[in-house]
Design a protein around this ligand. Structure first.
Ligand SMILES: [Zn+2]
Length: 42
């Protein structure tokens, strides 16, 4: 079961920052639509 979850996340496309378009790889911040840089400026 755990392996299936890992495969699921591996198949997901890289997230992009909604503001600057930078790729974000931090999967634990899935609630965040902006990178750390843009998020700190908001
Ligand atoms: Zn950004």
């Amino acid at each position: 079961m755990i392996e299936n979850v890992v495969e699921f996340f591996r198949n997901l496309p890289a997230k992009q920052c909604a503001s600057c378009g930078d790729q974000m790889e931090e999967m634990h911040e899935c609630y965040n639509t902006q990178c750390e840089k843009c998020n700190s400026q908001a």
